[in-house]
Design a protein around this ligand. Structure first.
Ligand SMILES: NC(=O)c1ccc[n+]([C@@H]2O[C@H](COP(=O)([O-])OP(=O)(O)OC[C@H]3O[C@@H](n4cnc5c(N)ncnc54)[C@H](O)[C@@H]3O)[C@@H](O)[C@H]2O)c1
Length: 267
């Protein structure tokens, strides 16, 4: 039995690394998917490929920060597939600016996409999910929503999304909707990873106890679990997909410095 048989899912930012992996997995597990992104060419291509493989997939251009776009997208999803059970708030953006360098434009844009977007998504999707018998919302936060990150707006947005997820649990549980946040660490083969640059990637790899970056599929596997009925008693959880980065924390840093010090004493 496919794990999402009979379910309808809406995935934002579906043309990017993790969104594509989620779309592929969801379709393989029997879901009908509404894929949305601001990148029309990549999104259309993805939906066409999934349909050629026998999947139920459509694509809509949708800026996650626009309330009217959410209203239109939910209406189009209900018209196309007759219901809605799963929302994955996956779209995200990053300006890579510290506090002193942050422009108000970058701050506002990052919060609009990464925090207002999921708020609007839940505002407009939750009633439709309730009317379809309940379901699951997965908010893609970040390890930047669990600890510090260099980008001021990104960090604020991902901490905000983690908190907003808890409010959603309070308000949507009576509607039989579970809400969880996931917190990816460094995930290769994504636009985010490419924009971070080599030095950041090297340093991050050294700080990850598993000593490698994650893959979009490893995040999508967790999203699938949280979206499916297999996680039927899990709501309000915040799960890191980070190779142990957050768990190792200060002890990881201390041990690296200790080892470097010991090495320097040998030479
Ligand atoms: N890749 C990582 O290392 C990493 C780590 C932690 C968290 N994340 C989060 O994972 C999520 C997915 O990102 P990814 O890793 O696949 O990177 P990605 O850059 O490959 O994908 C992001 C997608 O979001 C889309 N997008 C950007 N602005 C949008 C908007 N206003 N409306 C709709 N879509 C928009 C982009 O077009 C792109 O397709 C993001 O929320 C990101 O913050 C990524």
């Amino acid at each position: 039995m496919p794990r999402l048989a009979g379910k309808v899912a809406l995935i934002t930012g579906a043309a990017g690394g993790q969104g594509v992996a989620e779309a592929e997995l969801f379709v393989r597990e029997g879901a009908a998917v509404m894929l949305t992104d601001v990148d029309a060419a990549k999104g259309e291509q993805l939906a066409a490929r999934l349909r050629e493989q026998g999947g139920k997939a459509r694509f809509l251009v949708h800026d996650a920060s626009s309330e009217q776009a959410w209203i239109d997208t939910v209406a189009a999803t209900l018209a196309a597939f007759g219901g809605l059970h799963i929302l994955v708030n996956n779209a995200g953006t990053i300006a890579r600016q510290g506090i002193v360098n942050t422009t108000v434009e970058a701050w506002n844009r990052t919060l609009a996409v990464n925090l207002t977007g999921p708020l609007l998504g839940m505002k407009h999707c939750a009633p439709a999910i309730r009317d379809s018998g309940g379901g699951s919302i997965v908010n893609i936060s970040s390890t930047a929503g669990l600890t510090a990150h260099d980008d001021a707006a990104y960090t604020a947005s991902k901490w905000g999304l983690r908190g907003l997820t808890k409010t959603a649990v309070l308000q949507f549980s009576p509607w039989n909707i579970r809400v969880n946040s996931i917190h990816p660490g460094q995930i290769a083969d994504t636009g985010f990873f490419q924009s971070g640059g080599d030095a950041f990637a090297q340093a991050a790899r050294a700080a990850i106890p598993l000593h490698r970056q994650g893959t979009p599929k490893e995040c999508a596997d967790l999203v699938l679990f949280l979206a499916s009925d297999e996680s039927s008693f899990i709501s309000g959880a915040e799960i890191a997909v980070d190779g142990g980065y957050i768990a190792a924390g200060l002890a990881g840093l201390r041990n690296r410095v200790r080892d470097e010090y010991a090495k320097s004493r040998e030479t």
